[in-house]
Design a protein around this ligand. Structure first.
Ligand SMILES: Cc1cc2nc3c(=O)[nH]c(=O)nc-3n(C[C@H](O)[C@H](O)[C@H](O)COP(=O)(O)O)c2cc1C
Length: 301
């Protein structure tokens, strides 16, 4: 989202190469008398002008992210220099973890993961994502109780044939479809949660990160999900297992009381719930994916 221009140019240092002008997506900068100047009034503060300047004449935003659990290498990595096989190996080695140890995840680690999430792209650079962190098992159980209560209500409704019939007539058979696909599994999961304390929702995870956003961002869902993928990959590199919990996202979407319970403002939507912790399982090999065939449409002029 465009806003006030944050870029500052040091005229003494500027050598008038014009790289910052060329890279600006908002035409906020121009060259006057062989010096870069601010000539626009709006800017998405993406920082490309700062990143491209060879003499350090432009400043927009501090590059420091203050990671606590590791020392960051702040040098920009040139195109083509990263070891691609290592990147793909990381991506393929991340697997959903459904078996966690009891070991707690420290706030430092969780905060670093959130910071890593914010390195993702965001629509018009709005960076409008929000992160809510549950950093102990007791909080995760409390959240789980809310989700369980929601699904208990939904299962009670779905078990009623009259309600399913009404839903078929007025709600595109959504309740019937839920009944056929999920009713049995959810009923078993609820029984295990309530009677045996078995956690088939968060798989016993000691921590949860909820990633959300508000409608003020241009693309809140996409922003949140891109940040989420960064977190999943980084968590693997930090020795943590993760699992996305779509059932929890659904419960929050339909039951505003859960958001309230989690102290998430009503105006925010939650797009991802990440269960995480130290994995109790190790894998021996990566696994495959369905082959895909991209389309290459021939388009009319
Ligand atoms: C949007 C979304 C929702 C998911 N929800 C759940 C969930 O509620 N519970 C669960 O155990 N796994 C959930 N998963 C994990 C998927 O089952 C998993 O990603 C998939 O089987 C591929 O396995 P992998 O993550 O190990 O590569 C979800 C994944 C996505 C992308």
């Amino acid at each position: 989202m465009s806003g006030p221009v944050a870029a500052r140019i040091d005229r003494e240092k500027c050598i008038g190469c014009g790289l910052c002008v060329a890279v600006c997506p908002d035409r906020t900068l121009c060259l006057v008398d062989d010096k870069a100047v601010i000539c626009g009034t709006e800017c998405i503060n993406c920082g490309h002008c700062q990143a491209v300047c060879v003499v350090g004449a432009v400043s927009v935003i501090s590059a420091a992210m203050d990671f606590v659990t590791f020392r960051e290498d702040l040098r920009w990595l040139p195109f083509d220099e990263f070891d691609l096989p290592s990147l793909v190996r990381l991506m393929r080695s991340r697997r959903s973890c459904r078996n966690f140890t009891d070991q707690a995840v420290s706030r430092d680690v969780l905060a670093d993961l959130v910071r890593i999430g914010t390195t993702a792209p965001s629509g018009t650079n709005s960076q409008g994502w929000t992160f809510t962190v549950l950093d102990c098992r007791q909080a995760v159980i409390s959240f789980g109780n809310q989700v369980a209560a929601f699904f208990q209500k939904l299962n009670n409704m779905a078990a009623n044939p009259l309600l399913r019939l009404a839903a078929k007539l007025f709600a595109k058979d959504r309740l019937g479809s839920y009944y056929r696909r999920y009713y049995q599994t959810i009923a078993r999961g609820l029984r295990e949660w309530q009677e045996e304390g078995r956690d088939r929702l968060f798989h016993g995870a000691p921590a949860v990160i909820l990633v959300g956003g508000t409608d003020e961002a241009s693309c809140p869902a996409e922003d949140a999900l891109l940040a989420t993928q960064n977190i999943l990959l980084a968590a693997h590199a930090m020795g943590l297992g993760t699992c996305l919990i779509g059932f929890a996202v659904e419960a929050i979407r339909h039951d505003s009381a859960i958001k309230k319970h989690l102290a998430i403002p009503a105006a925010e939507s939650v797009f991802a719930v990440i269960a995480l912790g130290y994995p109790a399982e190790k894998y021996q090999q990566v696994c495959g994916r369905k082959p895909v065939e991209p389309r290459y449409p021939r388009l009319a002029d």
